[in-house]
Design a protein around this ligand. Sequence first.
Ligand code: ARG
Length: 358
Amino acid sequence: MNKSLWHKAKEFIIDFYKETGKPGEKAKKRLQEIHKEIEQTGSYSHKTEELEYGAKLAWRNSNKCIGRLFWQTLHVFDERQAKTEEDIFSALERHLMFAENKGKIRPAITIFRPSEPGKEEVRIWNHQLLRYAGYGNAGDPHSYIFTKKCEALGWRGKGGNFDLLPWVVQIGDRPPVWKNVPPDCRLEVNISHPEYDWFKDLRLKWYTIPLISDMKLEIGGIVFKAAPFNGWYMGTEIGARNFADEDRYNLLPVIAEKMKLDMKHSFNLWKDRALIELNAAILFSFKEQGITIVDHHTAARQHRVFEQNEEAAGRKVTGDWTWLIPPLSPATTHIFHRSYKNIVQSPNFFYQETPYQS
Ligand code: ARG
């Protein structure tokens, strides 16, 4: 009998029945069933409603996420029956098409079969399902190692700044299989500025949907190593990090030059000025092209409502302050001025080792 699995299952099932208002006797019966299943097989399988609620709780418990107000709206695709690489690729495509929703982005998660004793594991090699290659002299440096892996598998990129990486899926010990992102999933926004006409000439773009595919999901002791999920972007993720970090696209000097700012001294705040205009451009462009995006002031207010909801429900709000504060003007949000206990609760999402050698 796997004792620790049983304990985790019990904790989750009790929470599930309590929070969803189902009668206690049913929980008892379900627990007996699970106990037997663990005894016989070494594991147990969630009912669809348990899986759905578990995934939502994992989002609610994600201490780094400022967008958690919407945890109950998460759409769960139960793809535990997917067997072949082709099954998995088509599930990923369905997920992206659902999430895109003509620009009105919907949060969703696709859950593939969990790791179980004696069964082949499903792994997605990508960090996100939409992500740009990094070649060393072009593209996104964050993708450098994974890009090399894709090349070793036979994929060839164009060597540009915004080449979408292929999807790479591996089942058990079989060799990984890659596939180019299907044309209908290549959803991107061209970046322009509401006042600076030259901005569009920088030919910047970004993909519309942040879809994390390398974290593991844990629900009631069951571990899903392949459970890609998406929300929508907060502007600063692109404007204050992806495009601004020196070890990412490092665009502040490029923009400051166009703005004719003196870059010899930091005293005139050229970096900050470039940063503001870059972030204004991101928000403007997504909005103009009808793609959901949230600014950090709105997101912080939404997180405050989340905090109030949690307290009203009798739960302690947990959070990781270092992640929750936005990278732009943090002290203009309430988050900066309070503290959070960074207690890790289950269900949750966790980092895991990459399936490839790095
Ligand atoms: N920060 C990551 C990126 O810029 C995305 C992380 C998830 N973000 C989200 N809004 N759900 O690509």
